[in-house]
Design a protein around this ligand. Structure first.
Ligand code: TYC
Length: 113
């Protein structure tokens, strides 16, 4: 029997070459927050003006724009698109400015998704 540590049998705590602190981290993918652009109903803005806004600033066909305008008209509000903060901000400003220039009370807002 030996007492020399170099001669003692492996106690089997862990397989050789696999000791040490685990340092690997899962890559955390950061997605930018998205913002919904909402169009609100009112009693005065002409339906055709709203349809034009949706075609002009949201790239919808006349049929898509008419359909969504009717959703806003009936339900009071609808999401017209989802964008990055900067794009959403620009769309809201474009719609609000266009409505103001035509003296319509149309309201467009954004909220974080
Ligand atoms: N309610 C308006 C009307 O009857 C039409 C309208 C639709 C106004 C959608 C705003 O976001 C709107 N003339």
């Amino acid at each position: 029997m030996t007492t020399d540590p170099r001669m003692m049998a492996d106690k089997g705590d862990a397989p050789e070459g696999e000791t040490g602190v685990i340092t690997k981290t899962r890559p955390r993918t950061q997605r930018p927050p998205l913002y919904k652009v909402l169009l609100l109903n009112d009693d005065y803005t002409p339906m055709e003006f709203v349809v034009h806004v949706l075609e002009r600033f949201f790239g919808m066909t006349h049929a898509q724009a008419f359909e969504l305008m009717l959703v806003v008209h009936k339900k009071g509000v609808a999401v017209v698109g989802v964008f990055s903060f900067e794009v959403a901000e620009t769309k809201v400003a474009q719609v609000m400015d266009f409505a103001r220039r035509h003296q319509h009370p149309l309201q467009c807002t954004m909220e974080k998704e």
